[in-house]
Design a binder for this molecule. Structure first.
Ligand code: HEC
Length: 139
């Protein structure tokens, strides 16, 4: 194989790889392919561990919306212990916000789309943890 051909094959391979990654990631962020299943219950303890790794930088280690990154962000990260706010958000809404980010639920894009990084089970775990902070009280 000539050098040129090797280069081209590599480039093509890379392109295919990036395309596959992007479309795969997109497929997961799309809630149509991963709709909320109300029968599925997550584990709040596992959710807390994930939250500690991915969410506290913005939402704070007490989940009050006052993480280290919060001062740099406007609108501010949600206070997940705020019953008035969280009590009106259904589990399905929390799932959609976590998977698709703020834009998915008509909120700020400052809230990232975690569906790119998490598997479905982890999202249910996170919802279960959020629910342990503030139960749903109806819309
Ligand atoms: C880069 C900062 C940042 C990180 C990290 C972050 N969030 Fe958020 N989050 C936000 C902001 C900002 C909002 C408020 C958006 C608004 O009010 O428009 C928000 C709001 C939310 C909401 C409420 C949505 C609503 O409709 O009120 C949920 C639920 C949420 N985040 C879950 C999470 C979870 C779970 C994680 C970790 C996996 C996480 N967030 C990590 C910035 C962040």
């Amino acid at each position: 194989m000539g050098r040129k051909l090797v280069g081209r094959t590599l480039a093509l391979f890379l392109f295919a790889f990036i395309l596959a990654t992007l479309s795969g990631a997109y497929a997961w962020v799309s809630l149509e392919k991963h709709p909320y299943n109300e029968k599925r219950k997550g584990d709040p303890k596992r959710g807390m561990m994930i939250y500690g790794q991915l969410c506290v930088s913005c939402h704070g280690d007490k989940s009050m919306g006052d993480g280290v990154a919060a001062p740099a962000i406007d609108p501010k990260p949600a206070n997940h212990t705020d019953q008035g706010r969280m009590g009106r958000l259904s589990d399905e809404h929390l799932y959609g916000a976590t998977v698709g980010g703020g834009l998915e639920v008509n909120r700020s894009a400052n809230m990232p789309a975690w569906g790119l990084y998490l598997d479905e089970g982890e999202v249910y775990d996170l919802v279960a943890f959020l629910r342990s902070l503030a139960p749903f009280r109806g819309k």
